[in-house]
Write a protein that binds this ligand. Structure first.
Ligand SMILES: *Cc1c(COP(=O)(O)O)cnc(C)c1O
Length: 297
């Protein structure tokens, strides 16, 4: 696999816009086809910290299709660090495409039962000295890395920044980098995670202003990694009309939400929206038969 990285860019989206509301997408997925855009940003300060403190191994957690696992594996390979992935659930007969990619990048995979995974107990004594990164890169350094997303291009002209949320780390980072009067809207892709905003707030310094930050909970389409026909149709339309690939776990739900909000006249005429395309396209491999586009060749 190639570890070549490209620059994010802004794409204007015409087909969803109305009422003179402009819609741009910050294409962090363009950074790399497999290594998810926002994970890459979230990892940078953890790796710096690990290297500065002379760690030679990184240990982290994730599921079989985790964007975070694959990004960590790649980042460690790039920095010549040993990488250890604690993977939720028993090892199947065949590794998922995500895990086999991570393995090819040199990650050591350690499968643990769902109960052990929940308690985050490391029982394998081979792992003595390692730098631990939380599942999804959750934590202050992750947010600090995500804050740099808004420096990738000039973002001061937008009235609203919108992103999909899992752990809320990216949201917390974007809140740190928000311009005055800019609003930030997070779309929660998890069902029933009501504390997302509070948890996000808790990982950043208390003086970070969250008064312009909103999390919307009604656009998860059934729950984490669940999808329905409307979501798939939207993904295929975005591809056909805009040549914009989205992933079904996160970014498609962001667009799904924005489409619904536009219909509800949530925004004012002349608002300028910036949607963060946070990557994650590698996850589409598991539903590729339903899609008109495929990211992994
Ligand atoms: C992990 C991920 C998110 C969510 O980021 P959090 O910081 O966990 O909220 C959004 N989009 C993609 C593509 C991701 O991989």
């Amino acid at each position: 696999m190639q570890l070549n990285f490209a620059q994010p860019f802004v794409q204007n989206i015409q087909s969803l816009s109305q009422n003179n509301i402009s819609m741009d997408v910050l294409r962090l997925d363009a950074v790399h086809p497999v290594i998810s855009g926002n994970k890459w940003f979230k990892l940078q300060y953890y790796l710096q910290d690990a290297i500065a403190n002379n760690f030679d191994a990184i240990l982290t957690f994730g599921g079989a299709f985790s964007n975070h696992i694959i990004a960590t594996a790649a980042a460690c390979k790039l920095h010549n660090l040993r990488s250890i992935g604690i993977i939720r659930g028993e090892r199947g007969n065949k590794l998922s495409h995500t895990l086999s990619y991570a393995k090819n990048l040199g990650m050591e995979l350690n499968f643990v039962s769902r109960d052990d995974y929940k308690s985050k107990k490391i029982t394998n004594t081979d792992y003595k000295s390692f730098y631990l990164i939380n599942e999804g890169g959750f934590g202050y350094l992750g947010a600090k890395g995500a804050a740099t997303i808004l420096q990738a291009v000039n973002t001061s002209q937008y009235t609203h920044i919108l992103c999909a949320c899992g752990t809320g780390t990216m949201l917390a980072g974007l809140a740190m980098a928000l311009h005055p009067n800019q609003k930030l809207i997070g779309i929660n892709v998890l069902k029933g995670y009501e504390n997302l905003l509070k948890d996000a707030q808790n990982i950043v310094p208390a003086d970070v202003n969250f008064s312009n930050v909103t999390v919307l909970h009604q656009f998860h389409c059934g729950g984490y990694a669940k999808h329905n026909n409307a979501l798939i149709e939207l993904m295929n339309n975005l591809w056909l009309q805009e040549k914009l690939p989205t992933d079904f776990v996160y970014t498609a739900k962001l667009f799904y939400a924005v489409e619904a909000l536009l219909q509800q006249n949530y925004f004012e005429p002349d608002d300028r929206l910036l949607l963060i395309h946070s990557g994650g396209l590698q996850g589409n491999q598991s539903i590729k038969d339903k899609l008109f586009f495929s990211q992994l060749q």
